[in-house]
Design a protein around this ligand. Structure first.
Ligand code: GDG
Length: 469
């Protein structure tokens, strides 16, 4: 079996006690790396002056080697905060209004991708499989190919791929699109994303489509396919079950004092629809005054990307909004919204999901959304809660039994909250069983296997007849 090399912007390196940050993606990739022997390359998270960039930091854990590189302060500003987070992220989430183009940032993005390629090259063996993750590293394969690398290289995009009218607004769209075609396998979260990508190729007159999943650009054939990411379904369900025995769980139940709990969990990000969600909750409370004092929304929102101005501004907006609703509707013994602005430990989160009668997963646009899946996995099968899910999250294409909402329609979402809280047990069970079956079948290990099977089975060839379906 070929060795596996994973490349991503950040790497979940185990700490000194050997425990890595939890999370399904890291666990699945580690399982695959462990089985094949592997290397995981990425940014260390540190920035320094140009002449201080040293050799890679290497951390070994069993069969896996983590290789971390520092970046310069200028790299971080241009590649990460600049182009990745202020151009690619907003564009892929349909926020053309927030995209900030700058030649310097674009050049920085391509320069850092070249730098990643130069760090990987000396470690590369002939038959290594390379799996690159996410929008930070789209041009990496093109850089590696330029330096003569013939290995199989796959790419998985965790975020949405937008429709051509949106994607083509980006000044460097052609280079990014061509860059992607240098991969052997391109993975998207949904069919919809893959079709948007295919439409972009067609619109630009780039190559031709050979079949549902096979494309050809120039002499090179490649696969573009949906691989919807999952979670560690059974493990997470177990964590949630055990969490109900903890002190935090008891304290939380006590503090709720019989009130129904609604939960929202999101990184603080404008794509997650947090302000629209709070509006919908407020509308629900005003339209259903009987619910006041009987329902509480717990919104857990760890800060993210605070160095990017849009995120810093949003931090203020959401805090003010939650404060305003609490001031307007709250009473001396009831707070409508409990707003937590920091990260909780994973078992605590799992327990809160299980306690909540309803989850509001209402992004305006999301590649997949793992919170939706975690919420379902955490439920008590005897008395499961209701998932309100945005139709614009990739997860909505899989979790058909969720209550689907349009997050832009505040009143519609408010009514869905009312419907969800009143849903009879039998219907809740039926919906939950359907979703849980999907989550068990498509867990994160299945996702990882499906991608790697396709990548290892793809011959790097120019002959379309030799290609898999
Ligand atoms: C990107 C794509 C795609 C959140 N708060 C806490 C916490 N979390 C964990 C959740 C979940 C993860 O963070 C968030 O994952 P999402 O999928 O919801 O969203 P993104 O971070 O935007 O992820 C997304 C994903 O990549 C995977 O491909 O689904 O569409 O945007 O696991 O549980 N975890 C802990 N404490 C918190 O307070 N421990």
């Amino acid at each position: 079996m070929s060795r596996l090399i994973v490349v991503s912007n950040r790497v979940p390196v185990p700490d000194k006690r050997g425990t890595a940050p939890a999370g399904g993606l890291a666990v699945a990739l580690k399982t695959a790396l462990e089985a094949r022997g592997g290397l995981w390359l990425g940014w260390s998270g540190r920035s320094c002056g140009e002449d201080e960039i040293g050799p890679l930091t290497s951390v070994k854990e069993g069969n896996i080697e983590y290789a971390l590189t520092d970046l310069t302060q200028q790299d971080v500003e241009e590649y990460y905060q600049g182009f990745a987070n202020r151009v690619l992220w907003p564009i892929c989430h349909y926020r053309l209004d927030l995209a900030e183009y700058g030649r310097r940032e674009m050049a920085g993005y391509f320069r850092v991708n070249r730098f990643f390629a130069s760090r990987l090259l000396p470690m590369l063996r002939e038959d290594d499989l390379i799996w690159v993750h996410d929008y930070h590293l789209i041009p990496l394969a093109a850089e590696l190919r330029r330096q003569g690398v013939r290995n199989r290289i796959g790419f998985f995009l965790h975020i949405p791929w937008p429709a051509p009218d949106v994607f083509l607004t980006m000044p460097v769209h052609e280079e990014l699109l061509k860059g992607l075609t240098e991969y052997d396998v391109i993975g998207f979260q949904t069919v919809h994303d893959r079709e948007n990508f295919a439409d972009c190729l067609a619109r630009q007159g780039l190559g031709k489509r050979l079949g549902t999943t096979r494309f050809m650009v120039g002499e090179q054939a490649f696969t573009a396919k949906p691989y919807p990411i999952g979670i560690e379904t059974d493990e997470f369900a177990g964590i949630a079950r055990r969490a109900s025995e903890t002190t935090l769980h008891r304290r939380m139940l006590q503090s709720l004092d019989g009130k129904a709990l609604i939960i929202g969990v999101d990184r603080l990000d404008y794509s997650k629809g947090i302000t629209q969600r709070i509006d919908a909750f407020e509308t629900f409370l005003t339209r259903h005054p009987d619910s006041q004092r009987h329902v509480t929304l717990l919104q857990i929102t760890p800060k993210s990307r605070s160095e990017v101005p849009e995120y810093e501004a949003m931090q203020r907006t959401v805090a003010e909004q939650a404060g305003r609703v609490n001031g307007a509707l709250g009473t001396v013994d009831w707070v409508p919204i409990r707003y937590v602005n920091r990260s909780l430990r994973r078992p605590a989160l799992a327990g809160l999901y299980r306690m909540a009668k309803l989850a509001m997963v209402t992004p305006l646009r999301d590649g997949m959304n793992l919170v939706a899946k975690e919420y379902v996995a955490a439920q008590n099968e005897e008395d499961p809660g209701v998932l309100l899910l945005s139709r614009f999250a990739g997860a909505a294409q899989e979790l058909k039994e969720a209550v689907l909402v349009n997050p832009y329609d505040v009143e519609g979402t408010a009514e869905a909250i009312a419907r969800g809280l009143a849903m009879p047990l039998e219907e809740r069970r039926q919906r939950w069983q359907g979703m849980m079956a999907t989550l068990r079948e498509n867990d994160v290990f299945a996702w990882c296997r499906a991608f790697l099977d396709d990548l290892s089975g793809t011959a790097r060839t120019t002959a379309p007849s030799a290609a898999p379906p």
